[in-house]
Write a protein that binds this ligand. Structure first.
Ligand SMILES: [Cu+2]
Length: 724
């Protein structure tokens, strides 16, 4: 296999990636222009809120129709109906049109476990009405693959550089695989809902990492029962599909909901925070029949190897809570919004402006990150001068908890939530201010009265100060933090050159995207698991692990982004803290990197050196030390990133350093590794994963497993097989 890894200078050409919306599609779906979709004609749908403190609940993954497109898109006064997938409370899928696919939002409570039953009722790919799924599955990428096509005839290796033939060139037609991952959740590995834990709608196929609580589910079942411990600090986490190699389509079809962990017993959290309103922001495309459209197939796929995989899906239409360009009436008072970037690949930079005067503001006051409340509110002020925070940047997978004060705005005032982020981020195309540059509208109406809610301008504490693994002002580790291991790991894009096969022009581009240049299964170039990796077998499938952290230990991960784009890197199980970011000389590092492989054409998978032998920087990971190639000072995190994070933006040409402690957030930073452990055992099963949350990347190899070595001195609250 000839594989060419390209440094930033060459890969930067990819920033000129064509807008997929301008290209035709091979499956009879014809995209509509976003300019034909009326904006701000329908109110923001509010997802169903579920009480997660009642011990148990059941959600079915269902296919149904929802009012996604704006009223009047196709005919005056007519609400279009779009086939979608979503999580529906109970065991019965709806037969009537729903207001949204987004949700539900589960309000869980710290210390109150919740048994969640998930039933896959999505049916078959051959008969689904969700054309974005039906027309876009790719049997040549490493994916859930219930019928073992990729594992056999359709493997990329068998048609390298050539388009696949026969059924491998067709879309998948079998029972739909799906699995629910609790993103940001401190959960045992068995019920993490990872990529190999999928199960099909007919119950006949299950991934090798499938799990259901003992006595439930199992072979022949289309359900899984997970008992979430909810031990972690209050946080705006969420749940979404995570089926291997199909997540981009399952989430696109609608499988995402919110999971807010609260803690009424924590009196340090202001009791008068406004009630949260979720804002799940996703870009989408639609066809002339109002159905979800996911461009796949020639000529949108750049390479013949993967006929239907698009390197980064970015849509031309904005949906919030599952509805295109909605509005929300607000009284002149404070509101709290839980922002979720639920998009496949699009980055946003949010700020508010007056729709008429164009004046910027009011400010967004961020009070929480992925993993919980900040210590104090952080003002993100679009009218701030200089290099202060002016916009709220969010990459896919990130959440922010935000207060906006509409006080002082006259009834009748309208505001836009705007977006200026280029795509691919940060150096791609500018967004159209009339479509992707507008997210939703806020309309100020009469009301308000005396506002007794928490006022962020007074700067009151939001919590007992969080445990600090990193010093967010100095951009260093926090005092007293002992690091047991440092890893240096790369982000890589594997590029194919432009080619013509069977008279079809392929423009070339990413063939796959990798973390630490390593395939998900941990194979080297010879197709065997690398000797420096640890083989672990689960359900008869052996995977090569390289990240095997010891529970309780603190690690520094230095992620070296050699690609042209930013990637939101997400670790399962842990919330971590951003230490700093630092530029490095990509060209010179890449020269050293290529030399470590023995040349500039790299015919290898995995890092160039033995993973476990520390490099000159004292870091494991198998890469040349990046230290000699660092440029300029390390920059501390922005104030609104200086909290617990599970997904962090890693910019091109930078090393991003994070402090990862494999233990609960609440333990003091000086806790010795021997005394740090979870209430449950993090050992076992298929472990966890870490990956890019650009879902198109995650779906094509930009993901690696982690297996946590349990702390042998731990005294657990939860017992495997009894509690989970
Ligand atoms: Cu990525």
């Amino acid at each position: 296999m000839k594989r060419i890894l390209l440094a930033l200078t060459v890969a930067a050409l990819l920033a000129g990636w064509p807008a997929v919306s301008s290209l035709a599609d091979g499956d009879d779906q014809v995209a509509i222009s976003p300019t034909t979709i009326p904006q701000f004609v329908d109110p923001l749908p509010i997802p169903t809120i579920l009480d997660g403190t009642q011990g148990a609940l059941t959600l079915s993954m269902c296919e149904f129709k929802a009012n996604v497109l704006s009223t009047g898109t196709f005919a005056p006064g007519v609400k279009p109906e779009t086939w979608v997938w979503g999580y529906i409370p109970g065991t019965v899928c709806p037969t009537t049109t729903q207001p949204t696919y987004t949700g539900p939002v589960i309000i869980a409570q710290r210390g109150v476990p919740l048994e969640a039953t998930f039933i896959n009722q999505l049916g078959y790919a051959s008969t689904t009405h969700v054309l974005a799924y039906k027309n876009s599955t790719d049997q040549t990428i490493h994916w859930a693959d219930p019928l073992n096509k990729e594992a056999n005839a359709c493997s990329e290796e068998l048609h390298e550089g050539q388009p696949p033939v026969g059924e491998c060139a067709e879309h998948y037609a079998g029972p739909i695989p799906a699995v629910v991952h609790l993103h940001g959740g401190d959960v045992p590995p068995e019920l993490d809902g990872g990529p190999d834990a999928w199960f099909t709608s007919d119950g006949l196929y299950q991934g090798h990492g499938y799990y259901s609580f003992p006595g439930t589910g199992g072979p022949g079942s289309n359900m899984a029962v997970y008992r979430y411990p909810n031990e972690q600090e209050p946080a705006p986490i969420w749940f979404h599909d995570h089926a291997l190699g199909a997540t981009r389509l399952n989430v696109y079809a609608g499988l995402a909901g919110g999971y807010l962990i609260t803690d009424p017993t924590d009196t340090s959290i202001p009791a008068n925070l406004p009630g949260p309103i979720p804002l799940v922001i996703q870009d989408r495309m639609f066809d002339k029949d109002g159905q979800l459209y996911f461009p796949a197939g020639v000529p949108n796929n750049p390479n013949p190897d993967h006929p239907f995989w698009v390197p980064e899906f970015t849509g031309d239409t904005i949906a919030v809570n599952g509805h295109t360009w909605p509005y929300l009436n607000v009284e002149p008072k404070r509101y709290r919004f839980l922002f979720v970037n639920g998009s496949n690949a699009r980055t946003y930079e949010f700020f508010l402006t007056n729709a008429v005067t164009k004046a910027k503001g009011p400010a967004l006051w961020q009070i929480g990150t992925d993993g919980g409340y900040l210590d104090f509110p952080v003002k993100i002020d679009p009218s701030a001068p200089g290099n202060q925070l002016q916009k709220l940047r969010m990459m896919p997978g990130e959440r922010t908890d935000v207060i906006v004060d509409f006080a002082g705005l006259a009834p009748g005032t309208t505001l836009f939530l705007r977006n200026t982020a280029k795509t691919p981020f940060p150096a791609g195309d500018t967004v159209n201010g009339n479509t992707l540059g507008r997210i939703m509208q806020f309309r100020v109406v009469a009301g308000g009265g005396v506002d007794t809610s928490y006022n962020p301008t007074l700067g009151g504490a939001l919590r007992t100060p969080m445990v600090r693994l990193a010093d967010p002002v100095a951009g260093t580790l926090a005092p007293g933090v002992v690091v047991q291991k440092t890893r240096q790991l790369t982000l890589n894009e594997v590029i194919e050159n432009a080619t013509t096969v069977n008279g079809i022009d392929y423009e070339g581009g990413p063939e796959e995207v990798l973390v630490n240049n390593t395939l998900y299964m941990g194979m080297g170039a010879d197709g065997n698991i690398r000797p420096d990796f640890t083989p672990i077998s689960v359900g008869g499938v052996t995977t090569g692990y390289s990240e095997l952290p010891q529970e309780g230990e603190t690690e520094v991960w230095e992620i070296i982004n050699t690609t042209a784009d930013a990637h939101p890197i997400h670790l399962h199980l842990v919330q971590f803290q951003l230490i700093n970011r630092q530029n490095f000389d990509v060209r010179r590092f890449f020269t050293a990197y290529a030399e470590a492989y023995g040349g500039d054409i790299i015919d290898a998978f995995g890092p160039p050196n033995d993973y476990n032998i520390p490099n000159a920087d004292g870091a494991v990971g198998g890469n040349p030390a990046v230290g000699p190639f660092l440029k300029g000072p390390a920059r501390p995190p922005d104030a609104n990133e200086a909290g617990w994070k599970d997904t962090v933006t890693m910019m091109p040409g930078q090393v991003t350093r994070i402090a990862v402690r494999w233990a609960p957030m609440s333990l003091p930073a000086i806790t010795t590794a021997a005394d740090a452990y979870y209430a449950f055992s993090p050992d076992g099963g298929h472990g966890y994963v870490w990956h890019c949350h650009i879902i198109d990347h995650e779906d094509n190899e930009m993901m690696r497993p982690t297996s946590v070595v349990p702390n042998g001195t731990a005294v657990r609250t939860y017992i495997k097989g009894i509690d989970y």
